[in-house]
Design a protein around this ligand. Structure first.
Ligand SMILES: *Cc1c(COP(=O)(O)O)cnc(C)c1O
Length: 368
């Protein structure tokens, strides 16, 4: 991977003289450093690439799609959405599922349809740092409630904030990024009942959840203003394929179809994602191993005298460091890239192969 660390957050000199929107002046492109180091544990990817057999199937499907690239792709991505519905289960059908280039694009579409001037989106921090950016980009006001010290959402406080702010859109990441915290279904249902607008449960890490952390998909039938977003970027080992999706009512999906760009999902993306879904069992084959790695990493960090948050995802938030940047830099100097994110003093590491995790532990031990 090329080293883009120098240019990714910098802008051409004249940028700030252009008549960009006031709220974008001085803003830098968002993103974790993409550095060419031996051990990359910073963006919650699945460390295991697809097998040679799956790669061959993907290449054949891509070749067939290429033979028709003179034509626009299926604008409605019907076959892919049917496959996604079958993968999700819960009796969902293609018209209740939507797909886009990553769940980030799905969330931008959500705010195009349900946010906008005079409207408010809300979440509970610390949480996914992209939500306020989608709000900014769609002229949607942003409101952030707080999570408790253990990163759970305290229901009475949350319901109070929702009553006070009357948000049009509530984002609930479960399991949450960067903390790994899953929400109880009863709490999600209570928030759905109280929220005046739509509720979006972002389940980017659902496949990594521990037993007993059920999906909000089971609430869809009884909550018409609820949507659940998923992604193939994490457990599904398809981050480079860019495929995110959403499940909701057919009427809800229709609202997203109105705001999507024409032919937003390329024929190549649709074809290759369908191959990945046809091999779901294999693509998800390392999830159990990554879960075990997560639990072992939490135990190891705690035994080393650190604080580690409970996690239902493929990463662990740990600390608490007086100078977290020094720890992050020390790890990087030893060839291990993790993420400097979350509340002050905390760092996030995502689960790699056993060899990568051994490298992480060895490097961190030297720094403690
Ligand atoms: C990684 C992540 C996503 C998914 O992003 P994609 O655009 O699908 O790659 C969504 N939500 C959260 C909380 C995430 O951490």
């Amino acid at each position: 991977m090329p080293d883009r660390s120098r240019d990714e957050s910098s802008l051409a000199p004249a940028h700030d003289e252009l008549p960009v929107r006031e709220e974008l002046r001085g803003e830098r492109p968002y993103g974790a450093p993409q550095l060419d180091v031996p051990v990359r544990l910073n963006v919650n990817e699945n460390p295991y690439p697809p097998s040679a057999a799956v790669v061959a199937d993907m290449a054949a499907a891509a070749a067939r799609a290429c033979a028709g690239l003179n034509r626009y792709p299926d604008r409605e991505a019907v076959a892919l959405r049917a496959d996604l519905a079958a993968y999700l289960g819960h009796g969902l059908t293609a018209d209740q599922v939507w797909a886009a280039n990553g769940s980030n694009e799905v969330m931008a579409q959500l705010l195009s349809a349900f946010g906008g001037p005079g409207r408010t989106a809300m979440s509970f921090a610390p949480t996914y740092s992209m939500y306020p950016e989608y709000a900014r980009d769609t002229h949607t006001a942003w409101a952030a409630g707080r999570r408790a010290d253990d990163f759970t959402i305290e229901l009475p406080a949350a319901l109070g904030e929702i009553a006070a702010r009357r948000p049009d859109v509530v984002f609930l990441a479960s399991p949450n990024n960067p903390t790994g915290t899953a929400l109880a279904l009863a709490d999600i249902a209570a928030i759905c009942a109280a929220a005046p607008g739509i509720v979006v449960v972002d389940e980017a890490y659902a496949e990594f959840a521990r037993p007993g952390a059920p999906s909000a998909l089971s609430l869809l039938a009884s909550h018409p203003r609820l949507a659940v977003t998923r992604t193939m970027s994490k457990a599904f080992a398809f981050a480079g394929g860019r495929l995110g999706y959403l499940a909701a009512s057919a009427e809800f999906v229709d609202a997203l179809r109105v705001v999507r760009l024409p032919y937003h999902l390329s024929a190549l993306t649709q074809a290759v994602a369908r191959v990945a879904l046809a091999h779901a069992e294999e693509m998800l084959g390392n999830v159990a191993q990554l879960r075990a790695e997560r639990d072992a990493t939490i135990d190891w960090l705690r035994a080393a005298g650190l604080v580690a948050a409970d996690s239902d995802a493929n990463f662990v938030l740990f600390g608490v460091f007086a100078d977290r940047h020094a720890i992050w830099q020390g790890l990087l100097d030893r060839g291990v890239l993790i993420r400097e994110t979350g509340p002050d003093g905390w760092l996030r590491v995502c689960m790699g192969t056993p060899g990568e995790m051994a490298a992480f532990r060895a490097a961190l031990k030297e720094l403690l």
